[in-house]
Write a new protein. Structure first.
Length: 283
């Protein structure tokens, strides 16, 4: 997600700094971004001049202090672990200049609890992007109790400049999008467990029967089963109810390290680079 966010920011004209605790991850991210742009050139969708201009805006050397101290907007995109996000926002609060907007790409965690780690909660909001970021048109803005009107307006302006449509949600578990998306993905996993239909047929049903661009199980693999599992457990803790109980098949896949496309296996087999059915799902 962070890779895609950095890419669209550079394309929109922003001087964009990347940071990760793992230096190798940064090198991988930059390689993926440059590869995406090169594919665009090969397809005639972009030019080499555009690619070079975007690349010049993409910076990844230096430490967090160097990058944050001159930034007007910081977007955090680390895993869905509240303690980790709060730790990062406490650091951003220390390093970022006055008036900087501090945004979290969380898909479910409380923005208010994240903002409470700072001395400037009015400058904190949720900016929830969708995967793959360069192609998906939505950014969900999330407002907690003390987010200022100016911060929301800034989020809307950034979203528009990135070529996205923005919606505004209250700071409730799962917001407007993840709550619905997780419910659908979990039910699809339970249907798979019950033998209602195969993974491919469940996904085809939602693509062709309901016009979804991607089926819920394929989408879960793309997002990451570990991410979906964290969100499900969080929603179950906050909302209760059987619909938020993590599906057994998802728990078993996560325990086995089959986290979806990023590990090569999830509800599907991605080891060839393309989606293939699995006949060894732990149902």
């Amino acid at each position: 997600m962070g890779t895609g966010i950095a890419q669209v920011c550079a394309q929109a004209g922003y001087r964009t700094y990347l940071h990760d605790a793992n230096g190798a991850a940064i090198e991988t991210a930059v390689g993926r971004i440059l590869g995406f742009w090169d594919q665009g050139i090969a397809k005639g969708k972009t030019t080499k001049q555009q690619r070079d201009e975007w690349k010049d805006r993409l910076l990844w050397r230096g430490d967090l202090l160097d990058k944050v101290s001159e930034s007007e907007l910081v977007i955090e995109a680390v895993p869905e672990i509240l303690a980790l996000k709060r730790q990062i926002f406490a650091e951003l609060d220390e390093y970022a200049p006055d008036g900087a907007i501090l945004a979290s790409n969380t898909s479910s965690l409380s923005i208010g609890e994240i903002a409470a780690a700072t001395t400037r909660p009015g400058d904190v909001l949720g900016m929830h992007f969708f995967n793959p970021v360069p192609l998906m048109k939505l950014v969900e803005l999330v407002r907690h109790e003390t987010t200022s009107d100016a911060t929301i307006a800034a989020g809307e302006t950034v979203g528009q400049r990135l070529g996205k449509t923005t919606i505004l949600a209250r700071d409730q578990p799962g917001f407007a999008t993840s709550r619905l998306g997780i419910a659908l993905g979990n039910e699809a996993a339970r249907m798979l467990e019950e033998g209602v239909a195969s993974a491919a047929d469940i996904d085809t049903a939602m693509r062709l029967g309901y016009g979804h661009p991607m089926g819920p199980l394929e989408l879960s693999d793309l997002v990451g089963l570990d991410v979906r599992h964290h969100i499900t457990k969080y929603l179950h803790d906050k909302l209760g109810g059987p619909q938020w109980q993590p599906p057994g098949v998802t728990e078993r896949l996560v325990a086995a390290g089959d986290l979806g496309k990023k590990t090569g296996r999830g509800f599907y087999d991605w080891t060839s680079g393309e989606r293939r059915d699995r006949n060894d799902l732990p149902l």
